[in-house]
Design a binder for this molecule. Structure first.
Ligand code: PBG
Length: 326
């Protein structure tokens, strides 16, 4: 049976019908806003390559989180800009560091929001790599202890979700055992399971001051040419105890999101990264495209591919748009 009995346009006639059959929707509670915490007080330093995003001291950050909460965003993920860096990222595990202080302040002032902590050493090491070095190589197993210490500092401060983004082998198991051993068996681990060595992280490395001083991240982050390998990464992280797995970046990796969801049927997150954000905002500022329309379309595509949760710098504005521009 076909045309003229079947007419696909029948269900597209008006917004009532289109709304009725719409399969996917962007909702603020499915979005996670990344935030950059820096030392000091009253600091709000705009990030040039990420319009609308700033590095914020704890006091400003709490106000920002309150406003996100008022717009129905229910999760934030924190990245720290520490006061001190060294070769092994000691300050990452400091309970008085910027991230643990921010977690405590948020939990006290805005309790009904989920606080995620990105766990990785690159913001805390003076060489900018995600692990500790042995000569010019990353020492995988020595890094695990540092990551576990960092995860514990975040957990003790009250973080709800621990999100390791370093791509060391065995880190999910190491962190899970560390958390369980300290009585934190209910803390959630969202693993950056399939994280690619991507050019789309450029603006973030300015924002978080974490570009590698020598070399690149290709010995630990994945090769963009591979997809079967992503499924192995996900399988291992689930075996080691990850509660949710992430694909990162999102837009150039929709096929990976789709395959991970199809194969594992577990909660999947996707990270719509800084470069993906910057492209849309820059073109929008130039008047080359409608940034609001493009943003919603991009987020829908990530959701449609199979992501349940999206980490995105657009969260704040999308929530505002969805709330009728308040
Ligand atoms: C740290 C980390 C990075 C991002 C999140 N966590 C940068 C990197 O791996 O170089 C990128 C986020 C973004 O670009 O928005 N390991």
């Amino acid at each position: 049976m076909g045309y003229p009995i079947v007419r696909m346009r029948r269900l597209r006639q008006n917004e009532l019908l289109r709304g009725l059959i719409r399969e996917h929707q962007i909702r603020p509670e499915k979005l996670v806003q990344p935030l950059f915490v820096c030392p000091g007080e009253g600091v709000e330093k705009p990030i040039a390559s990420m319009p609308g995003c700033s590095q914020m001291s704890v006091d400003r950050l709490v106000e920002d989180v309150r406003s996100l909460r008022d717009h129905d965003v229910r999760s934030v993920i924190l990245f720290g800009l520490p006061e001190k860096k060294d070769a092994v990222g000691t300050s990452a595990a400091d309970e008085q560091g910027v991230v643990p202080r921010a977690v405590r302040a948020i939990k006290q002032s805005v309790p009904d929001i989920l606080v995620w902590c990105d766990v990785c050493l690159c913001e805390y090491t003076d060489h900018g790599h995600c692990g500790v070095l042995a000569g010019d190589r990353i020492d995988n197993d020595a890094t695990l202890q540092r990551l576990r210490a960092m995860a514990l500092a975040c957990a003790r401060a009250g973080a709800d979700v621990i999100a390791p983004s370093d791509m060391m082998d065995g880190r999910i198991g190491a962190i899970r055992r560390g958390l369980d051993g300290a009585g934190f068996e209910n803390k959630i681990i969202v693993s950056y399971a399939a994280k690619y060595a991507s050019s789309f992280y450029g603006p973030f490395r300015d924002a978080a001051d974490c570009a590698p001083q020598v070399g690149d991240r290709r010995s630990y982050q994945m090769d963009p040419a591979n997809s079967d390998e992503a499924l192995r990464e996900v399988a291992l992280d689930l075996e080691e105890g990850a509660d949710m797995v992430m694909v990162k970046p999102a837009l150039s990796y929709l096929d990976i999101i789709y395959r991970v969801k199809e194969q594992f049927r577990v909660p999947v997150a996707a990270y719509n990264v800084s470069g993906e954000f910057a492209m849309v905002r820059a073109a929008g500022q130039l008047g080359w495209l409608d940034a609001e329309g493009a943003t919603l379309e991009i987020l829908l595509s990530i959701h449609r591919a199979g992501a349940d949760v999206i980490l995105t710098y657009h969260a704040r504005e999308v929530a505002r748009w969805l709330n009728g521009g308040r």
